[in-house]
Design a binder for this molecule. Structure first.
Ligand code: GNR
Ligand code: NI
Length: 138
């Protein structure tokens, strides 16, 4: 999964995006080829969300070429199992907090467009349905 995430390239990936129905996500928000910071979270659960919100322009490998600002809790506390099989907790802020929420959403079938206005969501959904129909006609 880390390989797929780097190849995409993306800063995060949820197992469902590669056809695996496991509650597993990978994240690397380092933005640095030479200082990679791959992280794996198994069975991640959000324990706490801050009341203060932050806005990031999000994109998603499952919705190519579409970017929109999404407002989410600025900080989250997440419990998960690490690769050694041990339970761990982290408190994240910034891009890591946003990415954790984006990926954990995927595990529950939620996409970032579910957090934007209905008008914008309908517009992008229509575009993708239309593209899929055109592809099916060929
Ligand atoms: O590569 C990605 N970038 C990104 C930017 C802002 C907020 C979330 C993300 S995750 C995304 C990769 C992806 O779709 N993971 O599911
Ligand atoms: Ni995504």
């Amino acid at each position: 999964m880390l390989e797929t995430m780097y190849a995409a390239p993306g800063i995060g990936l949820a197992a469902v995006q590669v056809g695996e129905m496991n509650r597993l996500i990978t994240i690397d928000v380092s933005h640095d080829e030479d200082a990679k910071d791959p992280r794996v979270f198994i069975n991640p659960e959000i324990l706490w969300k801050s009341e203060d919100l932050s806005v990031y322009e999000e994109g998603c490998l499952s919705i190519p070429d579409y970017y929109e600002e999404v407002e989410r809790p600025a900080k989250v506390r997440v419990r998960y199992t690490n690769l050694a099989g041990e339970p761990e907790e982290i408190e994240a802020d910034g891009l890591l907090a946003t990415c954790l929420q984006h990926e954990i959403d995927h595990l529950d079938g939620v996409l970032f467009i579910d957090h934007i206005s209905k008008l914008k969501r309908d517009r992008v959904t229509k575009k993708f349905v239309k593209a899929a129909k055109e592809k099916a006609r060929i």
